[in-house]
Structure formats: C-alpha cells, structure tokens
Ligand binder design. Structure first.
Ligand SMILES: [Ca+2]
Ligand SMILES: [Ca+2]
Ligand SMILES: [Ca+2]
Ligand SMILES: [Ca+2]
Length: 154
C-alpha cells in the first residue's frame, strides 16, 4: 500500500514538472521588441528582465518608428499618430497643439507673435483700442478710442 502511494506521488511530481516545463516553454516562445544600445532587437520575453537591468528599453528604438509616416521618427516627432504634426509643420495659433514640435504651443510659440488670436484683449476700458481689418479703431459700447486707449465716452 505504501509503495503505491509513493508511486502516485512520484507520478504527480513528474506531471507537475511537465506542466511547469510546458508553460516555461510557452513563455520563452514569446518575443519582445527592445531597444538595445540604439539597435532594435527582438528577444525572448524570458530574457527581458536581464536586458532591462542593463538599461535597455521595451519597444523599438525611436529612430526605427515612424507610425504616421510623416518622415519624422518617434525620436523627433512629438505626435507620431498625426502626420500633420511634426518639426516641419507650421504652428497653428489657437488649436492648443504644439504643431511644429518645438515645445511651445500656440501663443507661447514665437511663431504666433503676430497672430490676431494671440493679441492682448482690446476694447474694454483702459485696454488698447481694437483695430478692425479696415484700420478703424474701435472700443466696446460706451467707450471711445483716445490716444490708442479705450476711455469712457464723455
Ligand atoms: Ca512620424
Ligand atoms: Ca507626426
Ligand atoms: Ca498650435
Ligand atoms: Ca510649437
């Protein structure tokens, strides 16, 4: 009776070991893209911790990724999901997007210095007069333009 029991135990151990081996085999079958010293390589997932420990990063190197195909890789493209946003694009003032990837958005970008949307407000008392497209200087109702500034109409 004892011998049978021992035999069963041994069988269970072997079965468990086989299961473990099988699952380990499956895991090592998975591959992961990493960036290793500036080179995109594909390694076994099981080797990932060792690579991360010496400074590699998960995913392809930025120089190898240009998802939106605008000619700028992820290294230089601040939005690699939008081909109209890249370092060669024009800053669009007022869309809350850093269109040209220089780190400055809309009115913070020097490219928008002369944009109407970035002009300080005008027309209210004490503020500069607004300048209409035809050159007329105007102020809010009840105020008139005096020496370029809006003052209460006498
Ligand atoms: Ca891109
Ligand atoms: Ca882009
Ligand atoms: Ca913008
Ligand atoms: Ca910008």
């Amino acid at each position: 009776m004892r011998r049978i029991f021992t035999g069963l135990c041994a069988f269970a151990l072997v079965a468990a070991g086989a299961l473990l081996f099988a699952s380990a085999g499956l895991a090592s079958g998975h591959k992961t893209d990493i960036c290793h010293k500036g080179q995109s390589i594909n390694v076994a997932t099981a080797a990932l911790p060792a690579h991360l420990a010496h400074g590699d990063t998960v995913g392809l190197c930025c120089a190898d990724v240009d998802a939106d195909e605008d000619g700028f890789t992820l290294c230089d493209d601040c939005d690699d999901a939008n081909e109209s946003i890249n370092p060669d694009a024009e800053e669009v003032c007022g869309d809350e997007v850093d269109n040209d990837c220089d780190g400055d958005t809309d009115c913070s970008d020097a490219d928008c210095a002369d944009a109407a949307v970035c002009a300080p407000s005008c027309g209210a008392p004490g503020e500069p007069c607004c300048v209409d497209p035809d050159g007329t200087r105007t102020c809010d109702a009840g105020y008139s333009c005096t020496d370029g500034e809006c003052t209460p109409t006498p």
